[in-house]
Design a protein around this ligand. Structure first.
Ligand SMILES: C[S@@+](CC[C@H](N)C(=O)[O-])C[C@H]1O[C@@H](n2cnc3c(N)ncnc32)[C@H](O)[C@@H]1O
Length: 250
């Protein structure tokens, strides 16, 4: 069994290797993930003008770019992968607001200020944490009172579905949690399995008030996706692909 340092080392090496496959394009409507409703449908972020915003697991920086385009006043991005941070820096380089990057694990973020951010977001990154308690406590302390934390992640029930012989089946227990070393996109990484209730209960334990949980699918009318793919319209018809949770600090 690997310790947390070893897990992070493995995941950092893995993410540096696959980073090129995750360079998102720019978007005008904020996206929470595959087959998820968008910001214009959900209005979770609300008005971000003059907001100071942190993205945890900022990847290639396209969410930060959206915030910059929509008049946030200051942005911070944290990511484990130096390769992702390098791309993110170039994606937001044209914007004339302070944008700071920290190449670090979200479990231990050096230089992260206390009581500073209006909003913290994490899009398809929080579930990568090897220590959910520590990560949530970092996010909590970094938020101003009444600051908001919005995250999205692959819905844990989606993760349990497999497509075999023209039908979806449950592949393993939804109840089994903990780290698993897997080969993902041809690299070894450690993924943690967590239930929806674990995310929500840990938010509550960290001091957050949970405002809204979204487990909906939005499937384009012209969706022609192959049901054998990891994300598909057929799969999203029977389970949400994306879990979104909005919470705040009192
Ligand atoms: C699926 S990508 C999402 C990136 C971005 N938020 C987006 O929506 O495009 C997940 C990101 O989490 C980062 N990551 C994984 N484990 C991490 C950790 N423990 N601490 C910080 N970042 C991590 C990866 O390097 C990767 O950039």
């Amino acid at each position: 069994m690997l310790d947390t340092k070893e897990m992070l080392k493995m995941n950092k090496a893995g993410w540096d290797q696959v980073a090129d496959q995750f360079f998102e394009g720019s978007f005008d409507d904020f996206r929470y993930g595959p087959y998820a409703p968008t910001e214009s449908q959900l209005n979770l972020l609300g008005d971000i003008r003059n907001n100071v915003i942190l993205e945890v697991g900022c990847g290639s920086g396209h969410s930060l770019e959206f915030f910059a385009k929509n008049n946030a006043s200051e942005l911070w991005g944290v990511d484990l992968s130096g390769k992702q941070i390098k791309t993110a820096k170039s994606v937001v380089s044209a914007y004339d607001i302070p944008i700071y990057f920290i190449e670090s694990s979200m479990e231990d973020i050096p230089g992260l200020p206390n009581n500073y951010f209006d909003k913290v977001v994490s899009i398809y990154a929080l579930g990568w944490t090897v220590d959910l308690k520590k990560t949530l406590s970092n996010i909590f302390r970094s938020l101003k009172p009444r600051g908001e934390f919005i995250f999205s992640w692959e819905h844990p029930i989606h993760t349990k579905l497999a497509y075999e012989n023209n039908r979806f089946i449950i592949n393993g227990s939804f109840l089994k949690e903990g780290p698993e070393t897997v080969i993902w996109r041809e690299v070894p990484v450690v993924m943690h399995r967590r239930k929806v209730s674990t995310f929500v209960n840990e938010l509550i334990n960290a001091g957050f008030v949970v405002d809204q949980i979204i487990e909906e699918s939005t499937i384009p009318e012209n969706d022609q996706s192959n049901p054998e793919r990891w994300y598909s319209g057929d799969r999203a018809k029977i389970t949400p692909s994306t879990l979104i949770v909005k919470s705040h600090k009192v």
